[in-house]
Design a protein around this ligand. Sequence first.
Ligand code: ZN
Length: 182
Amino acid sequence: MAEEVRLPFCTIVSLHRSSLWYHVCKSCERVLPELRNSGGKHFTSMENGEECHHCLGNLLKNGIGSSRKRVYRLLLSVATEDKVMVVVAFDRAARVLMGCSADDFYKFVSHDPSVVELAGKLLEGHMVDIVLKHPKSGHAQHMRATSILPLSCNFQPVFQTIEKAYAKISNNICLVGSSLMH
Ligand SMILES: [Zn+2]
């Protein structure tokens, strides 16, 4: 019996940098093993490495390339009025905070790893209404957030803020560039 607990007023204390996403098969959404990362250098070049065994036949037949996608698995520390606890937010709940798919977020991170730090900073301190479920598996450590709703009407998903910041930076570079030309 998975009983739900609602915490209507809690505060995001931190986003754990250790867990952001995992890989699933694009067609059947089965969890796929993490790719081996040889020192971080060839991370992107190995993305088409290990495909889903269940869908491999169809993939080859249809000539589809990469069959993996990232989905979020965020670990968040949240504070209620009397304690701080760690909860896990999977894709649906996490997207409300992040504002984009985990693959799109990864594109930013692969370009600039400090984006992870920035995402944490942007989320910290926000008041949220969280619905929690006890994990299905007895081995799971953390309560699972099935819904996370930011309470402030000023809340902006991480992706929107980061995108704007990047647009500003690239505009400035254009301005600097054009002023150098004249
Ligand atoms: Zn599959």
